[in-house]
Write a protein that binds this ligand. Structure first.
Ligand code: SF4
Ligand code: SF4
Length: 271
């Protein structure tokens, strides 16, 4: 089965899982808070944000934070494409809308939209490193003003809270409109909201040390057609190098390669 199909299946399970957990009263707040026995797996950015705003460390949450960091070292930024409820909600709603649009319109609008995005991004030249600078500035603000504002516009939190509200009160939260902040700002960045999402960026920085479960290209089979680079949501030149900070392990490159030159390697080899 192709990775995109498995990812779509996982995405449906995640969204339904959050809904069902809230419906049956299980204390799972999206992917932000998951109690496993005595350990509390907490959003790592939420942990840092809490520590900065309260000027203290919630020691009870520290083991969960360290476990999440270890998972990121092992799997890199896989969370962003496989488990993030915001990513799945976005792709499923876009897929739903696209199903009702005529193919002729999609063929006309798609390339125009991509060209317009390219134009904006070539003017702004904003990349992940600019997102990190913004997030660091935000972290200083949180420490000074004692206010954890990342959670206010974090798409993961917004989508999770709305699913919980839907399951418990059969309504959606008006804060859904705040999604325009990450979506709108994401248009200015090279690879969209992944460049400024604090959760993704934190994982990206930890993932710099990641060496396992990576896409890899066999140079003798590769025909240099460039299709893998074209579909990569992080615009990584897959045939040259893998930037573990930006690679979200979606494996679209592997699914797309018509010559089966790209595959998933358990451990990264030097090129
Ligand atoms: S390099 Fe491959 S696995 Fe990584 S983000 Fe790009 S398409 Fe996805
Ligand atoms: S899609 Fe396959 S053949 Fe084409 S450049 Fe990528 S790895 Fe090489």
């Amino acid at each position: 089965m192709r990775y995109s199909k498995i990812r779509s299946f996982v995405g449906t399970a995640i969204l339904l899982g959050i809904f069902a957990a809230a419906f049956f009263g299980y204390p799972l707040s999206g992917c932000n808070y998951l109690p496993v026995s005595y350990i509390r797996l907490f959003c790592p950015v939420g942990f840092i944000e809490n520590s900065l705003s309260s000027h203290s460390i919630a020691w009870k949450l520290l083991p969960g934070f360290l476990i999440v960091c270890t998972l990121v070292l092992l799997w890199g930024r896989a969370y962003c494409s496989w488990f993030c409820p915001a990513t799945h909600a976005k792709s499923k709603s876009l897929g739903f809308i696209a199903a009702f649009l005529p193919n002729s319109l999609k063929r006309r609008v798609g390339p125009k939209w991509r060209a317009a995005r390219q134009k904006i991004v070539s003017k702004t030249r904003l990349e992940a490193k600019d997102g990190i600078a913004l997030v660091l500035g935000g972290a200083v603000g949180i420490a000074i003003f004692h206010y954890p504002f990342f959670c206010l516009w974090c798409p993961i939190g917004i989508i999770s809270r709305s699913l919980v509200e839907l399951a418990t009160h059969y309504t959606l939260r008006s804060e859904l409109v705040l999604l325009v902040v990450p979506l709108g700002l994401g248009l200015l960045f090279k690879s969209g909201w992944k460049c400024l999402c604090p959760v993704g960026l934190f994982r990206g920085v930890v993932a710099l040390g990641n060496r396992s479960v990576v896409p890899s290209v066999a140079p003798d089979t590769c025909k240099a057609c460039g299709k893998c680079e074209k579909v990569c949501p992080s615009e990584i030149a897959v045939t040259k190098t893998i930037n573990t900070m930006e690679c979200i392990k979606c494996f679209k490159c592997v699914d797309t390669c018509p010559y089966h030159a790209a595959s998933v390697r358990l451990f990264r080899t030097r090129r």
